[in-house]
Design a protein around this ligand. Structure first.
Ligand code: GSH
Length: 246
């Protein structure tokens, strides 16, 4: 939910990357609170596609736990990334940020309301975080369970984790992967012939799946190659710092 920011006070020395308008104090400048190697890469990419002025405040993950640093809690109560500050408004949750930014850009990268492509757009915009990410997160957590356990318990924890992965998580992921293949067969982008912001939303789950899973299918592989070749995607990589999924 948008809320009044405490963030604006914190936008100081650690600002380390900028794009159009860098160094300017113009009120239109959008600040992206960006965690390295994370979903917030999508927001940088979208901003590059839209050509909106922004600056990046970067946060490093804790090298041991890989969690976000506590500094992010000063930006938003959940302490997660992405969060943007646009003038007096702070917006968290990637899908909400995408909606905010595309509206600010006058509806660029959003299909016309009332069309079939728009119905697909709304679906994929919500599906990315609502349906695709939960099994991917479970995969990550259960895969790390045994290696992170005390050595005496490791075999037992490993067996339990394997049961959850094999019995629940992996079959779910296979079903999602088959769904992506069928949806991308015969259309180059998730909403149809045109690239939209829903493709940006879908990039993180598909990149995470390609990195953690047994490999993407041919349609997803071709789609990834297509979207990752976009100049705005490449520019966002320069701006965002470490990103292991490109
Ligand atoms: N559904 C939220 C998820 C936000 C989220 O979990 N962000 C991750 C980045 S991949 C994060 O901040 N993780 C660090 C942590 O939980 O400590 C969104 O799309 O914005």
């Amino acid at each position: 939910m948008p809320r009044r920011p405490v963030a604006a006070r914190r936008l100081r020395a650690t600002e380390d990357a900028a794009h159009p308008g860098a160094g300017s104090d113009a009120p239109a400048m959008i600040t992206v609170h960006h965690l390295e190697n994370s979903r917030s890469q999508r927001v940088l990419w979208l901003l590059e596609e839209l050509g909106l002025p922004y600056r990046v405040q970067r946060y490093d993950r804790d090298p041991r736990t890989l969690r976000a640093p506590p500094d992010l809690l000063a930006v938003h109560p959940l302490g997660k990334s992405p969060v943007i500050a646009d003038a007096e408004t702070v917006v968290a949750e990637t899908g909400a940020i995408v909606t905010h930014l595309t509206a600010r850009a006058g509806g660029v990268l959003v299909p016309a309301p009332g069309t079939e492509a728009h119905a697909r757009y709304t679906y994929w915009l919500h599906y990315a975080e609502g349906s695709a990410m939960p099994p991917l997160l479970l995969k990550l957590i259960f895969s790390r369970l045994a290696p992170g356990s005390p050595w005496l318990l490791r075999p037992l924890v490993g067996r339990i984790a394997e049961r959850v992965l094999q019995g629940f998580v992996d079959p779910d992921l296979r079903r999602h992967a088959a769904f992506w293949e069928s949806e991308l067969a015969g259309r180059p982008y998730f909403c149809g012939p045109a690239f939209t912001a829903a493709d940006i939303m879908m990039s993180f789950p598909l990149e995470a799946f390609a990195a953690r899973g047994t490999g993407p299918g041919p349609q997803v592989e071709a789609w990834l190659a297509r979207v990752q070749a976009r100049p705005a995607y490449r520019r966002a990589l320069q701006t965002g710092g470490p990103y292991a999924y490109a």
